[in-house]
Design a protein around this ligand. Structure first.
Ligand code: SAH
Ligand code: SF4
Ligand code: F3S
Length: 477
C-alpha cells in the first residue's frame, strides 16, 4: 500500500463490530488505502454512532481528498475538525456538546481552525448548532456530503455553511470510499440509506430520511474491489437490510451475488428487521458457507403491547416464530438483539416479558439501552415518558445481568468445538496470540504457535476455554 500520508494511529479496530447500533466512541481517521496527493491542508475527523456513520466518514474523507485535504490523527495539526455525530439517544448528543466545548478551547489558541458537525445530530439540530456555542462553522447532514467541497470553500471565505437537505435518491454509489481505521481485512459497504419504518422511539427516519436502495452493480463492484485488495470480510449495512430492493433485486438476491464473488470472502450484514426477514434470506444464508451464520435481530421488547406502542410491526409470538424458523433452517446460527428498557408506560410485568423473551431465545449477544425520549418522534408526541430514569436503569441492569449469563452459557457450549477463524490481527493482550472471529461473530483468541500465518488467513481452531466475551483456543490445522 503506497500513500504519501503518514501512517497514523488506529484507536481500536472499529471494523470489528457488525451491529448497526453500537454507540462507538469517537475515533480519528486513519490509513487511507489509495494514493492521495501531498497536501498542505489537513482534516481531522472523529466519528460517533453506528457503523453507518463510520461508513459515511469514509465517503466524507473521499470528498475532502478531492479538494486537496490530507488527514491527521491529531486535532492540533488540523485546519478542519469534523465530528460525524449520532442522535440516537440523549447521551449521544451530550457527548458531542462536551466535545464542542473542548474544541472551543482549541480554537482560541488556533483562530483559523474550521469546525464542522456532520451526521445525524447535524440533521436534527440544523442551524441551532451554529448558534449555540458560536464555534461551529459548518453543518452537513447525511445526504449532503457531495456538497462538502463547496461548503468548506464557503467557510474558508469566512462564512458559515449549512446543508441539511435530505434526498430521496442519494446513495453515494459512485463514490469510492477512503477506508478508515482499516485493518485491511474487514470493511463496511452501505447498501441502502434512510428508514421508512417509523418505530415510535426512533429518530433515524428524521435524521436519515426516506429509505432508498443502492444499485446492486456498484455494491458487487465495491465488494470485488475490496476482495482484490486483500479484504476478506465485508459487512453490508442498512437500517433494515431485509427491505433492500433495487430493480427487483431483493436482499436475498444481493446476498447471493456478493457470496458468489469468492468463497474466501466472508459476508456479514446488519440490521435485520424481524417483520421483514424472509425465508429466502435464511435459505440463501444456509446455502453459502461464506455468508456468516449470525443474525442481529433486534427485539426491543418481549411484550406485545409495548411492541405495538413501539410500532415495531410484530408481536412476541411472531418474533419467537422467526427465531424458530432461523434455528430450523440454520441450527448453528447465532442471534443477537437490541433491547430498550423503560419505554413509555411499561409495567414491571411487561419488563419481565422482555427478560423471559431473552431467556427463551438465549441470545448470544445483545446491545441494551434504557429509553431516551427523542424530540419529534411519534413516542415523544403521543406517549408520556413516564418511567423514572432510576427505574429505567434498574430494569436495564436486570437485562444486562440476564444477558451476561446467556452469553457465558452460549460460549461455554462452544468448548470442544472447532471453528474456522479469520485472523484479524494480534490479540489486544499479547503479541503472541492472534484474534479473529468465527462465522457466528464470536471473538476467538489463540496462540500463534509458530505457524506461518498472517492477518487475513483462515485457520481452524479448537476451543478450550470461554468467558462472557471471548473464546480461547488452539490451532489444529
Ligand atoms: N435500524 C436498526 C438500528 C437502529 S438504532 C434497527 O432497527 O434495529 C439502534 C438501536 O438503538 C435500536 O435497535 C434501539 O434498540 C436503540 N434505540 C433507538 N432509539 C432509541 C431511544 N430513543 N432510546 C433508547 N434506545 C434507542
Ligand atoms: Fe429506527 Fe426502527 Fe428504522 Fe431501526 S427500523 S432505524 S429502530 S425506525
Ligand atoms: Fe446511526 Fe446514530 Fe444516526 S445510530 S443512523 S448515527 S442517529
Amino acid at each position: 500500500m503506497s500513500h504519501l500520508l503518514p501512517n497514523v494511529f488506529t484507536p481500536g479496530n472499529l471494523n470489528n463490530s457488525p451491529q448497526l447500533n453500537e454507540e462507538l466512541q469517537g475515533s480519528a481517521y486513519v490509513q487511507p488505502d489509495k494514493q492521495i496527493q501531498a497536501t498542505t491542508k489537513k482534516a481531522y475527523i472523529e466519528t460517533y454512532g453506528c457503523q453507518m456513520n463510520f461508513s459515511d466518514t469514509e465517503i466524507i474523507a473521499a470528498q475532502l481528498a478531492e479538494i486537496g485535504f490530507g488527514f491527521t490523527p491529531s486535532e492540533n495539526n488540523a485546519d478542519l475538525v469534523l465530528l460525524n455525530t449520532c442522535a440516537i439517544r440523549e447521551n449521544a448528543e451530550t457527548k458531542i456538546w462536551n466535545r464542542l466545548k473542548q474544541l472551543k478551547v482549541t480554537k482560541k489558541s488556533k483562530p483559523g481552525l474550521m469546525v464542522g458537525v456532520m451526521g445525524c445530530m447535524a440533521e436534527r439540530l440544523k442551524t441551532k448548532l451554529l448558534d449555540q456555542e458560536q464555534l461551529v462553522d459548518l453543518v452537513v447532514g447525511p445526504d449532503a456530503y457531495r456538497d462538502i467541497a463547496r461548503l468548506v470553500e464557503e467557510v474558508e471565505s469566512g462564512q458559515k455553511a449549512v446543508n441539511v437537505l435530505l434526498s430521496r435518491e442519494e446513495t453515494y454509489s459512485d463514490i469510492a470510499p477512503i477506508r478508515l481505521n482499516t485493518n485491511g481485512i474487514t470493511a463496511f459497504i452501505s447498501i441502502m440509506r434512510g428508514c421508512d419504518n417509523m418505530c415510535s422511539f426512533c429518530v433515524v427516519p428524521f435524521t436519515r430520511g426516506r429509505e432508498r436502495s443502492r444499485d446492486y452493480q456498484s455494491i458487487v463492484q465495491e465488494a470485488e474491489d475490496l476482495f482484490n485488495q486483500g479484504y476478506k470480510e465485508i459487512t453490508l449495512l442498512g437500517q433494515n437490510v431485509d427491505s433492500y430492493n433495487f430493480e427487483n433485486c431483493t436482499f436475498a438476491n444481493l446476498l447471493e451475488k456478493v457470496a458468489l464473488i469468492n468463497p474466501l470472502l466472508r459476508i456479514r450484514f446488519s440490521t435485520s428487521h424481524p417483520k421483514d426477514i424472509t425465508d429466502e434470506v435464511l435459505f440463501t444464508m444456509a446455502k453459502y458457507p461464506n455468508i456468516c451464520k449470525f443474525i442481529h435481530l433486534p427485539a426491543q421488547s418481549g411484550n406485545s403491547r409495548i411492541l405495538e406502542l413501539m410500532n415495531r410491526g410484530y408481536t412476541r409470538e411472531w418474533y419467537l416464530n422467526k427465531i424458530n424458523r432461523i434455528r430450523e433452517i440454520m441450527p448453528n446460527c447465532s442471534i443477537s438483539t437490541d433491547i430498550i428498557t423503560g419505554f413509555c408506560s411499561e409495567t414491571i410485568d411487561e419488563h419481565q416479558d422482555t427478560l423471559s423473551l431473552m431467556e427463551t431465545v438465549a441470545y448470544d449477544s445483545a446491545f441494551m439501552f434504557y429509553y431516551s425520549e427523542r424530540p419529534g418522534t411519534l413516542a415523544a408526541r403521543k406517549y408520556p415518558d413516564d418511567i423514572p430514569e432510576s427505574e429505567k436503569k434498574r430494569r436495564l441492569s436486570e437485562v444486562i445481568e440476564v444477558q451476561q449469563k446467556l452469553a457465558l452459557n452460549s460460549n461455554l457450549k462452544d468448548i470442544g468445538k472447532t471453528f474456522e477463524i479469520l485472523i484479524e490481527g494480534n490479540s489486544k493482550r499479547s503479541e503472541k496470540d492472534w484474534c479473529g472471529r468465527n462465522s457466528q461473530n464470536k471473538m476467538v483468541v489463540f496462540p500463534k504457535d509458530n505457524y506461518p500465518l498472517k492477518p487475513g488467513d483462515y485457520v481452524t481452531v479448537l476451543i478450550n476455554q470461554a468467558s462472557t466475551a471471548t473464546l480461547l483456543g488452539e490451532i489444529i490445522s
